[in-house]
Design a binder for this molecule. Structure first.
Ligand code: EPU
Length: 420
């Protein structure tokens, strides 16, 4: 199995280009199931999760052509066959084919996505939403079986114990796009990836209004057409490089980042004493103020601080002066990175859904093991700042969400290599 080896302590310098957003691309690829004609999706990040979604679509019968960073998808010959466990289990995001399949065939069979290392990830909100639109759903031998004579728009409250749900909102938006009448989704997720999906659907001919707010309005239409669409840049990748620049005391320009999508991250780094320069199509970060000071944070649905940046920000807090309390409100058990960070020299304890991070530490290179996508990103960051060499194993987690990580970091001057 591959490993990443990093010799730490090199200040990163230069420019890094941000790839297309993984979490936008996944539901947008699923939404091509709704189109008559060919869709061309541009700025597609070449990642393991994207490959999995394309394999699922191909399994269902879609015709797919990949051309550099774009993909052409025609789903007209897709058949209504079960989406199998072997593919769906690879990634929770595959559950977002449920809404489009149901809208298109009035019947869908999709394997339950199964467990996940970042905590229990129920799909009750997905099912509740689709049932309100008129679907009958049963869970049978690990499969979700949904059918509907017709889907009929109505008012649906979609809030859950932990607030809004990104993919439940996406699933429902896609199903409602072809439903009869108007659907109102109350407590909808307002993440930029949801707005991206709404923009894609609207370009296809859908009538989605107020995306980005907590009250989403969708007027059903009879059909949707294939279109060409460019995916937004990945805000989590941008945030990760921002932290990389800060913890290595480097000078990094993050090209393509949309500052408006990174408000909470920029705000917290500034509160810690860093300066982030916002330019037209990029962010520039230079750490002239070292050490930074510890700050507290709580992860929340957008526009709050994203859970997908919690592990990476914790690395910054380990190196800052003071004590930081980081509370996880989206996935209360998402703390797998802590054990390995402590092995590298951090001082972090967990109390319920909060991590207490005593700062002013330094990392020392050693052998560590990646456990999930963002936890792995945190280990890469800690290694970049560490004294000596770190060997990270199980790096396939990184392949799920960071396109060309080794190449991009090498371009910034990091001493990093991937070995087998
Ligand atoms: N939840 C429920 N019931 C549901 C659905 C969700 O209780 O039916 C709960 C979850 O357990 C969680 C909270 O609601 O506590 C929010 O989960 P959400 O549904 O928003 O997560 P998701 O849509 O499954 C997406 C991203 C995740 C990201 C979360 C939160 C994709 C493919 N995945 O997941 O991304 O952490 O939103 O922003 O878009 C990652 O990229 O590393 C990643 C895990």
């Amino acid at each position: 199995m591959d490993k990443i080896v990093i010799e730490g302590g090199v200040p990163l310098k230069g420019e890094v280009k941000i790839s297309g957003s993984k979490n936008s691309a996944l539901p947008i690829l699923a939404a091509t199931l709704l189109a008559e004609g060919t869709c061309r999706i541009k700025n597609l990040p070449l990642l393991k999760d994207i490959e999995t979604m394309l394999k699922i679509l191909e399994f269902l019968g879609a015709k797919i052509k990949i051309r550099k960073k774009a993909v052409e998808i025609n789903t007209e010959s897709v058949k209504n066959i079960p989406a199998p466990y072997d593919l769906v289990r690879l990634m929770r995001g595959s559950v977002c084919i449920l809404g489009p399949l149901l809208a298109r065939f009035r019947k869908a069979i999709v394997s339950l996505p199964g467990g996940c290392i970042i905590g229990p990830r129920p799909i009750d909100l997905h099912l509740k939403g689709l049932e309100k639109l008129g679907a009958e759903i049963e869970i049978d031998k690990g499969y979700i079986k949904a059918k509907a004579k017709k889907l009929k728009g109505r008012r649906i409250f979609l809030g859950g114990t932990f607030g809004s749900s990104v993919l439940a909102t996406a699933n429902l938006m896609m199903a409602a796009a072809l439903a009869e009448g108007e659907t109102l989704i109350e407590f909808a997720a307002g993440e930029p990836e949801i707005v991206d999906l709404a923009n894609f659907l609207n370009k296809m001919g859908a009538k989605v209004k107020e995306a980005g707010s907590h009250l989403l309005r969708i007027k059903g239409v009879k059909k949707l057409r294939g279109v060409s669409y460019r995916i937004i840049p990945d805000r989590v990748e941008a945030g990760t490089y921002l932290i990389a620049g800060l913890i290595t005391r480097g000078k990094v320009s993050i090209k393509g980042a949309i500052s408006g999508h990174l408000g909470a991250i920029i705000d917290k780094t500034e509160e810690a004493g860093a300066k982030v320069e916002i330019k037209k199509n990029s962010l520039y970060v230079e750490n002239s103020q070292w050490p930074l000071k510890s700050v507290n944070l709580i992860t929340l649905p957008y526009p709050g601080f994203p859970t997908d940046m919690q592990a990476q920000f914790m690395v910054l807090m380990c190196l800052s002066e003071g004590t930081s309390v980081i509370t996880e409100r989206v996935f209360p058990r998402r703390f797998m990175h802590i054990g390995e960070l402590n092995r590298m020299g951090a001082d972090i304890v967990v109390e319920e859904n909060s991590a207490i991070v005593r700062g002013g530490r330094k990392f020392v290179g050693t052998r560590v093991m990646a456990s999930d996508l963002r936890a792995s990103a945190a280990l890469v960051l800690a290694s970049l700042a560490a004294e000596g060499k770190t060997e990270i194993s199980r790096v396939y987690h990184l392949d799920r969400g960071y396109e060309g990580l080794v190449e991009k970091l090498t371009g910034l001057g990091a001493k990093i290599k991937r070995t087998n």
